[in-house]
Design a protein around this ligand. Structure first.
Ligand code: ZN
Ligand code: ZN
Length: 248
């Protein structure tokens, strides 16, 4: 730590991005990487643990048992190869993601981004092919309203941690869609159908893409992005979201 950042820490002592508690020695230090997250907040996040669907990563909640394909993946395998989420969308993490998106607390990406990045490093540490990291895009109208894409804020941390390329231009949201939150599973699928397009497919042929989003419920957004990317010649698509709902 250099003198200037020591001085800044004295003037503005680092705080937890989620609960605003001052971070002293208990700032979570994940594999040597500091994040603006206190111990109590970090340990309140609920991991999306087994049993889960090996394809889409949907956790089945408590009750134990082995990993097994979920109903959706049994009916039709998704267009992505594998999707995972480190956490369940609930509690303090749900509040934090909500504030990041809707209360414009973009500083929260400094807490949540490294969290997602360190999971990505454990999951995809040594991929056979160099990954291309892509955030799920927002429609330009939504981007103007919000002022930022929260998935891109997260994807930057992931790309830099994996030393992967970041591409936030090739995949576009071409159709303005209703928010997915109030829709049923079937409505979600219809809603995102033909909502995405690829701008310059030439650079994507044969690549392995890691799609990043903040939250997934049914996985239909990741699935639709993956379908479009594979059509454009992408070889493998992995999906990674920070949190996903356990049931739908
Ligand atoms: Zn905290
Ligand atoms: Zn599944």
């Amino acid at each position: 730590m250099n003198l200037l950042s020591r001085l800044m820490d004295l003037i503005y002592p680092p705080r937890c991005g989620v609960c605003h508690a001052f971070l002293r020695e208990d700032g979570v230090n994940h594999e040597g990487r500091e994040m603006d997250l206190c111990g109590p907040c970090f340990s309140s996040f609920v991991e999306a643990a087994s049993p889960l669907c090996p394809f889409c990563g949907r956790p089945f909640g408590s009750g134990g048992g082995e990993d097994h394909a979920c109903e959706d993946c049994l009916a039709a395998r998704p267009s992505f190869d594998i999707a995972r989420a480190p956490y369940i969308y609930e509690g303090l993490l749900m509040t934090a993601i909500h504030e990041l998106k809707y209360a414009r607390k973009t500083h929260l990406a400094r807490s949540l981004g490294p969290l997602l990045a360190s999971y990505a490093a454990r999951w995809l540490g040594n991929p056979a092919d160099k990954l291309l990291v892509m955030p799920v895009p927002l429609h330009p109208r939504k981007l103007r309203q919000r002022g930022f894409n929260q998935s891109l804020l997260l994807a930057r941390h992931v790309a830099s941690r994996l030393e992967a390329d970041l591409d936030y231009l090739s995949l576009r949201r071409t159709r303005f869609t209703q928010p997915q939150t109030r829709l049923t599973s079937d409505e979600r699928k219809k809603n995102v159908r033909r909502a995405f397009g690829v701008v310059e497919p030439t650079g994507l042929k044969g690549r392995a893409v890691l799609l990043i989003d903040d939250v997934a419920t049914t996985g239909s957004t990741l699935n639709e992005c993956a379908r479009v990317l594979k059509k454009a010649g992408v070889k493998e698509v992995y999906g990674l979201v920070l949190a996903r709902t356990a049931t739908h």
